[in-house]
Ligand binder design. Structure first.
Ligand code: GDP
Length: 297
């Protein structure tokens, strides 16, 4: 299995962190993701056309990169985890400074703890007159989330997604956390990637956005993904541009699939199309057997 097939240490290279934003409804997850996307220095130069592909990368001032899953909410995170896909390295927990610790805040804390993923707390909406960030820190304590200034090890940062304040600091803290984790992957091998989202596109057929776990996915590669197979016809990055290849932690849209896979499915490059079809067919049969076995009689 993939777990047993470990790449030798000397083949591994640093890779960008993959970050997911979680928190209670209306605390500002979508606003924060939008605001962070705009901090991208390279994109600013390119003219700012962004495409929603389920994940995007930000290039920071010091030229490092951060990959954000562009799907706020917990469903995608739990679904992927349930399928054994651990794509996220860091959770940014958004808490509105004028509100408090709400049910979905607690749910997010529990998700991060269960997945053993470090958290950074973004105390949002500090532009509001009624904002009380200290209250948030105190309330977090009750849920065993202890921020640095309370002698804990969880980084926190005050932000306003609306006014764009604190975003550079948040990015710095993400980079700091990522450095501590020494995230690495081998780039020069056949790719393994995880499906973040997938759908049937009217003009383009089945399309999947994947995050590369390791290796480099290239145009022309043949692959298996869940119970589907395919050959990479095109790779499209988060700015809507065609690219020839994508390496570790890079999100790309993949065109050339036989059908629509599920979020959390693993994409694996195999030697040829025949092999890809065989594996996909075998998996389809297995899936059918399972359904038949489970069916009530
Ligand atoms: P989500 O449900 O967590 O994705 O929250 P949204 O991003 O949709 O934000 C919910 C509401 O809060 C919207 O009306 C936003 O305009 C507002 N909002 C988000 N961030 C801020 C902020 O930093 N300051 C203020 N004043 N309002 C914000």
């Amino acid at each position: 299995s993939a777990e047993e097939d470990v790449d030798p240490e000397e083949t591994m290279k640093p890779r960008p962190p993959v970050v997911v934003v979680m928190g209670h409804v209306d605390h500002g997850k979508t606003s924060l993701l939008d605001a962070l996307r705009k901090t991208n220095v390279t994109r600013g130069e390119a003219g700012g056309i962004t495409q929603h592909i389920g994940a995007y990368q930000v290039t920071t001032k010091d030229k490092s990169k951060i990959t954000f899953l562009d799907t706020p909410g917990h469903a995608a995170f739990s679904e992927m985890r349930a399928r054994g896909a651990n794509v996220t390295d860091i959770v940014v927990l958004v808490v509105a400074a004028d509100d408090g610790i709400m049910p979905q805040t607690i749910e997010a804390i529990n998700h991060a703890k269960a997945a053993n993923v470090p958290m950074i707390v973004a105390i949002n909406k500090i532009d509001k007159p009624e904002a009380n960030p200290q209250n948030i820190r105190n309330r977090l304590l009750e849920h065993e989330v202890i921020v640095e200034e309370m002698s804990g090890d969880v980084q926190d940062v005050e932000v306003s997604a609306k006014e764009g304040t604190g975003l550079e600091e948040l990015i710095e803290k993400i980079n700091l956390q990522a450095e501590l984790m020494e995230l690495k992957a081998r780039p020069d091998r056949d790719a393994e990637a995880t499906v973040v989202e997938a759908q049937l596109d009217k003009g383009r057929g089945p399309v999947a956005t994947v995050l590369i776990n390791r290796g480099t996915l290239k145009r022309g590669d043949t692959f298996v993904v869940g119970t589907q197979s395919g050959k990479v016809r095109a790779l499209i990055d988060d700015q809507g541009k065609q690219v020839k290849e994508a390496g570790p932690s890079v999100p790309v849209e993949v065109l050339g699939l036989s059908g629509v896979p599920s979020a959390g499915d693993m994409l694996t490059v195999v030697e040829n199309e025949q092999r890809a079809r065989e594996v996909a067919q075998y998996r389809q049969e297995k899936a059918t057997e399972k359904r038949t076995a489970l069916a009530p009689t």
